[in-house]
Write a protein that binds this ligand. Sequence first.
Ligand code: SF4
Length: 278
Amino acid sequence: MTDTAIERKSLLYRSKVEYGGWTANHVQGCGHGCRYPCYAMMLAKRTGRIRTYEEWMQPRPVSNAEALLDTELRRFGHRVDNVHFSFTTDPFMYDSASRAGRPEICNLTLRLLLRLDEAGIPATTLTKGVYPLEVSAGNRLHPLNRYGISLVSLSDGFRSRWESGAASPSDRIASLEAIARAGRRTWVSIEPYPTPNIDPSADCVEKLLEAVGFADVIVFGKWNYSRLATEFDREHGFYADIAARVRSWCMHRDKTLHVKKGTPTADDTVEWSVFEAS
Ligand code: SF4
């Protein structure tokens, strides 16, 4: 464990985030440094865990995460039906300098996934990094795990402006496709989806959907916390059109879709069960 590691008093919590359920909080901070801005960073600032963006960019693994998981599974594991990694960090964080996953974060996530598998509990993951080989090539993880990437643009220019520490869109897609080919369950989070004044390619949502057409489940949501997106949408009715096109694309390809609250055509259901399908 690194000398920047921190200790926590608890690991699992029930998230109030839409479609959220039991969630692991095993790292503080994220080197991807998204500028949308990142909701997890805003929350960490509000609760006094960090003070600056630079501090957020220095991830700190929770050194007692495995011991906490063991204790919590003994205490209330019978109530835990699925664990999400994570609403507070990226579980397969990428290091853009070495163009590989950060071993101290990825290995910790893998060890926690293995422990959950031993307890018979599946997990859901979401990353802007790339998955380690253990996920696509190994058979030691829970067969009902669902692996996802977060992807809102195929443009590397968009990535370097808004998600500078994340893996390239093509590397993210290739990594998830390898997992899908290995017969594992996959999903893609298309959120926060930009307006064309933020990403000129945003009007070509079908191109993005086709690029991840191997995934079983799509989650779609608009860009929040930005006047740029709100003003453009007000003027052009952009999200009503795009959300309808996403819905139509998913319907014709028999994909499970969840449209997030606040986005046109949003689903009423906020249950984790969106991930249970297929
Ligand atoms: S990858 Fe997720 S947790 Fe990390 S900075 Fe971006 S939005 Fe925040």
